[in-house]
Design a protein around this ligand. Structure first.
Ligand SMILES: *Cc1c(COP(=O)(O)O)cnc(C)c1O
Length: 390
C-alpha cells in the first residue's frame, strides 16, 4: 500500500476523530522511520513519547515474538507469570508496593480515580469524593479522565461530565490550598504538564503539594503516563521533586509501543481494592507484560535514563527550550506558526509535533544520539528560518 492509498482508505473508512499529516510510516528502526515511498525520517516524536527504546528494538521484538508463539492471553482468572514479574520490577524501581495493569493511560487514570474514591470511602467520613486537578492538565479521553482534564476544549461537547472534579491553576500551591475542602479525597497532577504545552513547575511546587496533602489527609496521585520510565532523565518524574506520591499512573513508554498501562500505589492505598472492585480483560496479559519487561530491561541495560538526561542537556544548550530531559518543547516568537514549522520539518525529514500555535514538542526515543540531536536542531533551525522568511 502506498502513501496515497493509505490516505484514501483511511479517509473513506475511519471515523473522523483525527487529522493525520499526509504520510504513512511503514518501517522503523531506532530513531528512524520510513514512509511507504521509502523516504527516511528522523523521529523526534517517538509515537508521542512511546517508542523510548527506539523503534523495533531487537530485544523487545524478540521477546514479543517468542511470547506470542508461547501464549498471549489467558485472562486474570488465572495467574500470569510475566505480570507477576513486571509488577515486581516496577515495585523495585519505584516508591510503590503494588501494581494494577490495564491497556492505556486513560484506563490507568480511571483506576487511580476509582482507587481514590474507594480509599476515601474507607478512610474518610462523610461525602468525600472530590478530586482536584490542574488547569491545562491532560489525563485522557474517557469520561472520568476527561472530567479530570482541566481543558474546556476537550470537555465542552461531552457534558454533563462526571461530577466531583475541581480545577486549580498549575504551579500555584496557594490556589490548591484554598480549593481543598472536607469533600476532597485526592489531588491529581502531572509532574510536568505534557499535553498542556510542557509546563515545568517550580522546584518547590510538588514538595509543597505533598506537604499539603499530608496535612489534610488526602491522596496525591501523579499522572506519570508521559513523564515516567526515563523520559525526564530520571526513572520517574516525582524523583526530581524528591517526594513520594500515593498513586502513579503509567502507560505510553511502558511497552515500547505495545499497549499497556499501569496504576501503582503504596500498600495502604492498594488495600482499598478488593476482588471484584476493578478489572480488565486484556489488562496485564502475557504478551503486554513481556513487552514491558523487555522495555524496562533495555532502558536499564543501555543506560537510557542517563542518556535522556545528557541529550536533554545538549538540546537545552542548542535550543531555547521548555522541559526536562527529553520531554521538551521549543517555543517560537509570535508570528512563527508551530504548525508551519512542523510541516516544514516533515518535508525535510524530521518528525516533530506542533502544540498549540507557538511551540513544537520534541520527545525523541531515549536512545537518541548526539549526532541525531544535532541533525534535528539543524533541520528545525532551517525550518524556522524558512517559515519566518515567508
Ligand atoms: C497520553 C496521556 C494520557 C492518556 O493516555 P492514553 O493512553 O492515550 O489513554 C494520560 N495522561 C497523560 C499525562 C498523557 O500524556
Amino acid at each position: 500500500m502506498n502513501n496515497q492509498q493509505a490516505i484514501e482508505l483511511s479517509q473513506r473508512y475511519l471515523m473522523p476523530t483525527y487529522s493525520p499529516l499526509p504520510v504513512a510510516f511503514v518501517r522503523g528502526e531506532g530513531c528512524r522511520l520510513w514512509d511507504a515511498a521509502g523516504n527516511e525520517y528522523l523521529d523526534f516524536l517517538a509515537g508521542i513519547a512511546v517508542a523510548s527504546t527506539g523503534h523495533c528494538h531487537p530485544r523487545v521484538v524478540e521477546a514479543i515474538c517468542e511470547q506470542a508463539s508461547q501464549l498471549m492471553h489467558t485472562s486474570n482468572l488465572y495467574y500470569i507469570p510475566p505480570q507477576a514479574q513486571l509488577a515486581k520490577r516496577l515495585v523495585e524501581l519505584s516508591f510503590a508496593d503494588r501494581c494494577f495493569f490495564c491497556n492505556s493511560g486513560a484506563e490507568a487514570g480511571e483506576t487511580a480515580i476509582k482507587f481514590a474514591r474507594k480509599w476515601a470511602g474507607i478512610n474518610r467520613s462523610g461525602e468525600c469524593f472530590e478530586i482536584i486537578t490542574a488547569k491545562q492538565s491532560f489525563h485522557g479521553r474517557t469520561l472520568a479522565t476527561l472530567a479530570a482534564t482541566g481543558q474546556e476544549k476537550y470537555q465542552k461537547a461531552f457534558r454533563p461530565l462526571l461530577p466531583g472534579f475541581t480545577y486549580v491553576p498549575f504551579n500555584d500551591v496557594g490556589a490548591l490550598e484554598e480549593a481543598i475542602s472536607e469533600r476532597t479525597c485526592a489531588v491529581m497532577l502531572e509532574p510536568i504538564q505534557a499535553e498542556g504545552g510542557i509546563n515545568v513547575p517550580d522546584d518547590d511546587y510538588l514538595p509543597q503539594v505533598r506537604e499539603l496533602c499530608d496535612k489534610r489527609g488526602i491522596l496525591l496521585i501523579l499522572d506519570e503516563v508521559q513523564t515516567a520510565l526515563g523520559r525526564t532523565g530520571r526513572w520517574f518524574g516525582y524523583e526530581h521533586a524528591d517526594i513520594i506520591p500515593d498513586i502513579i499512573t503509567l502507560a505510553k513508554a511502558l511497552g515500547s509501543g505495545f499497549p499497556i498501562g499501569a496504576c501503582l500505589a503504596k500498600e495502604d492505598v492498594s488495600n482499598a481494592f478488593q476482588p471484584g472492585d476493578h478489572a480488565s480483560t486484556f489488562g496485564g496479559n502475557h504478551l503486554a507484560c513481556t513487552a514491558a519487561l523487555a522495555t524496562i530491561d533495555v532502558i536499564e541495560d543501555e543506560g537510557l535514563v542517563a542518556n535522556a538526561a545528557q541529550m536533554g542537556s545538549l538540546l537545552e544548550e542548542l535550543l531555547r527550550i521548555r522541559g526536562k530531559g527529553l520531554l521538551m518543547a521549543v517555543q517560537f516568537t509570535p508570528g512563527i506558526s508551530a504548525k508551519a514549522v512542523q510541516d516544514q520539518c516533515l518535508a525535510a525529514g524530521l518528525v516533530v509535533n506542533a502544540m498549540g500555535d507557538d511551540r513544537v514538542r520534541l520527545v525523541p526515543p531515549l536512545m537518541v544520539s548526539e549526532a541525531d540531536c544535532r541533525q534535528a536542531v539543524a533541520i528545525l533551525a532551517d525550518a524556522v528560518r524558512k517559515v519566518a522568511g515567508n
